[in-house]
Design a protein around this ligand. Structure first.
Ligand SMILES: *[C@@H]1O[C@H](CO)[C@@H](O)[C@H](O)[C@H]1NC(C)=O
Length: 327
């Protein structure tokens, strides 16, 4: 009888504990796990802050479905969101805005990935002088930057006037492939005034630091700012490394409410070119030997700016200007 009683008590204690455990679990699930995506959307305005949080929540989720959502094809985003809503048992009618908000985040997340793929492909494509499209782009670059001075030939010293190294630019693209040319041309065509000004400044002798003898001998090499095209290709390298390290996420999630595209990347590049130029002038280097140091300093400064999730690099795209449906 005694044994029976003890067993009975143990049984009830067990039931009680189990019940308590379940309640606890469901409460925690409500407060944390299950509603995390919801909580992020409710507590953060659209933009980088929200999308970055959704991204890491998905990535570090225990559920495989959630983990794999960040790498679905852009065309499958809608289905991925439906699956998540079903898995999380979220009532769509009660939360009509949630799936829209989640979808906007996921479109940005997978868009960034596909942009990186697109940029990588361009970077790996070498400049090919047999390819008429490549040649056309190169000639267009010349025409945009030097409208009044026609090229005397395809292979000519004139290329140095826009900052290439020799008489055939094809070798200068080596590091960044076609991406370097695409970016230079985008900058020259879309921010023409800024590009021309930058080219002009880069060709100016540095009066203050030049000796009279230099002037007389017209040995400007040391005094000249920098080679426009070469620096332009190098800033493509910088933009590319910001993109591939993920540092550009804050910027792109803030400026591209739908999906970051090549255009956004090229706008970012154009902005970096102008900022680099301003920075270069501010730093007042003696000569091009200081390029490495100034570039590193500039890189660090941009990284620091991008650390702030409210940050957008282009001034004409302030994060606060983004019009998205609020949850
Ligand atoms: C750009 O400059 C940095 C620093 O001087 C250098 O390490 C890098 O290789 C350059 N990139 C290209 C594509 O020339």
């Amino acid at each position: 009888m005694k044994h029976f009683l003890r067993a009975l008590i143990q049984f009830f204690v067990f039931l009680y504990c189990k019940c308590l455990w379940r309640t606890l679990k469901s409460v925690t699930r409500k407060v944390t796990g299950r509603c995390e995506l919801q909580r992020i959307c409710y507590n953060n305005k659209p933009g980088a802050r929200r999308t970055l949080k959704i991204e890491s929540s998905l990535k570090f989720s225990k559920s495989e479905l959630l983990q794999s959502a960040v790498s679905v094809h852009p065309d499958s985003v809608e289905k991925a969101i439906d699956d998540i809503m079903t898995l999380k048992k979220i009532n769509l009618d009660a939360n009509p805005q949630l799936s829209i908000s989640l979808q906007a985040c996921l479109v940005q997340i997978v868009g960034y990935r596909s942009l990186l793929g697109e940029v990588e492909k361009l970077r790996r494509e070498p400049y090919d002088c047999e390819n008429p499209e490549h040649e056309d782009m190169l000639l267009k670059l010349w025409k945009t930057l030097r409208p009044d001075a026609p090229l005397t030939g395809r292979i000519t010293k004139q290329w140095c006037e826009i900052g290439f190294q020799g008489n055939d630019p094809k070798t200068d693209f080596r590091g960044m492939g076609l991406l370097g040319l695409h970016n230079l041309l985008y900058f020259a065509e879309h921010d023409k005034a800024a590009a021309l000004q930058m080219l002009h400044d880069s060709l100016q002798p540095r009066h203050s630091k030049m000796s009279k003898a230099d002037w007389e001998k017209k040995t400007f090499d040391k005094a000249i700012g920098y080679s426009f095209a070469i620096v332009g290709i190098n800033i493509t390298d910088l933009a590319y490394s910001l993109l591939s390290s993920g540092a550009l996420k804050t910027h792109l999630y803030n400026v591209a409410p739908e999906m970051p595209s090549l255009m956004h990347f090229q706008q970012t590049y154009s902005y970096l070119m102008q900022e680099f130029h301003t920075f270069w002038v501010e730093q007042d280097p003696c000569d091009i030997m200081e390029f490495n140091r100034i570039r590193n300093k500039f890189h660090k400064r941009v990284l620091k700016q991008l650390n702030d999730p409210n940050m957008a690099l282009c001034p004409h795209f302030a994060a606060s200007d983004i019009h998205l449906v609020n949850l």
